[in-house]
Design a protein around this ligand. Structure first.
Ligand code: OVP
Length: 405
């Protein structure tokens, strides 16, 4: 067997640190080794069991009775460790506590609520793309000017946030997503700003800080109706501000990167702009902006013959499940012709992304506006990743565009 096709034995892959920079930058080789090593792999460094195949990741995601979220969905076990902030009432909760906040947020972010935003978001996307094409040279950083700029324009407005301090949103989310991982250098680098950023976000979740027409006000109104307690309302607003910005920014960046490296798929989108939504889901499958989440075993669980002990953590590789060749034909290919449904980039089951319709509307607005105005988009330099323990994220995405005539 040659070096390049050699599959590391379980004992070797079991020593890997999935949160080391090399694996965060290039997760593919580790994912392949984990999938090859078996349906479940013990990672000795953290004493957790890892799932990297689509079948087992999906099964764990839908089995909330055995694979719990209430002890945290990061490496830290809230049974033994104090969380860095009060736990999320959605992400870090199990039924029955989970269900009232979930149902309130589901209604606030449901498609009927989004219909009111659709025209505004489409015209904002068109204005943004027009401005970028007018102001920039033909080469620019698509990460800052498009992927980050668009969500930061529309989403905080929709929540009902005031104009000040919005530059704190991405750093706060970056910190929250790092905190799901081990206390490595990435977490250490965030430490000096934890108190300041947390105080800013917590203040924005108060009723007085929120515009009366936004998602935030609707969460507070649900508390007035008795669907939530008034104590819970600010923490549900906090979920919007934690999970709603970085995810969409790096999700849109994933789509732009995909198109900038697949010119034939860009032509396909230009010919059929109604493919924008499926293109976004395919980009979420292909890049998996949220790479990993953990669960905690509530009993000794048999996974394909291996016992995962009660109380221990399970690490689910969403990004690996989304590239599993046993589930996907030509898994590594970004392909608008496939049906990406069944990907686990938004999770699956009772915790599946409650904001996915918001994300798809943002993506549809931006990609449609671009497809109408840009004939070609291609990389014109080396793109740079931003390292995060959970997010497959970007720092710089240099592109060259040719505007459509
Ligand atoms: C991707 C997510 C991520 C981070 C925070 C929260 C949710 C939250 O509920 O606060 S889901």
């Amino acid at each position: 067997m040659t070096g390049t096709t050699h599959v590391p034995a379980t004992s070797v892959v079991g020593d890997a640190d999935p949160f080391a920079p090399e694996h965060l930058l290039h997760p593919g080789p580790l994912h392949r080794a984990l999938r090859a090593a078996g349906p479940v792999v013990h990672l000795r460094r953290y004493d957790v069991h890892a799932l990297a195949r689509h079948r087992e990741v999906r099964a764990a995601l839908v089995d909330w009775q055995n694979f719990r979220s209430g002890a945290g969905v990061g490496l830290a076990n809230f049974r033994h460790e104090t969380p860095w902030r009060p736990p999320s009432l959605l992400l870090e909760a199990d039924p029955p506590h989970h269900d009232a906040p979930r149902s309130v947020l589901r209604d606030v972010l449901a498609p009927p609520a989004l219909r009111r935003l659709r025209e505004k978001w489409q015209s904002t996307a068109e204005e943004l793309v027009d401005a970028v094409l007018a102001e920039q040279e033909e080469e620019f950083d698509a990460f800052a000017t498009l992927a980050a700029a668009f969500p930061l324009k529309v989403f905080p407005d929709a929540v009902g946030l005031g104009p000040d301090g919005r530059e704190n949103l991405l750093p706060y989310g970056n910190m929250a997503f790092n905190a799901f991982g081990p206390r490595n250098d990435l977490v250490t680098a965030d430490a000096p700003r934890v108190a300041e950023l947390s105080a800013w976000v917590d203040a924005r979740c108060r009723r007085e800080a929120l515009d009366e027409n936004g998602f935030g006000a609707r969460i507070w109104a649900a508390a007035d109706r008795g669907d939530l307690t008034h104590d819970q309302a600010p923490r549900v607003v906090r979920s919007l501000l934690t999970a709603g910005v970085d995810t969409t920014v790096h999700g849109l960046a994933a789509a732009l990167y995909a198109f900038a490296t697949h010119p034939e798929e860009w032509q396909r989108l230009r010919e059929r702009p109604e493919l924008a939504r499926v293109a976004f889901d395919e980009a979420v499958r292909w890049q998996s902006p949220v790479q990993t989440f953990f669960r905690t075993a509530t009993a000794d669980i048999d996974v394909a013959g291996t016992v995962v002990p009660e109380g221990s953590k399970i690490l689910m590789f969403l990004g690996s499940a989304n590239r599993d060749p046993d589930r996907w034909d030509d898994a590594d290919r970004f392909d608008l012709g496939r049906d990406p449904s069944g990907h686990v980039g938004f999770g699956m089951g009772i915790h599946q992304c409650v904001g996915q319709h918001v994300a798809r509307l943002e993506a549809e607005s931006l990609l449609t506006a671009l497809a109408r105005r840009v004939e070609r988009i291609e990389l014109c330099g080396e793109p740079r990743r931003h390292l995060n323990n959970t997010l497959r994220s970007w720092a710089f995405l240099p592109v060259r565009v040719r505007p459509a005539r």
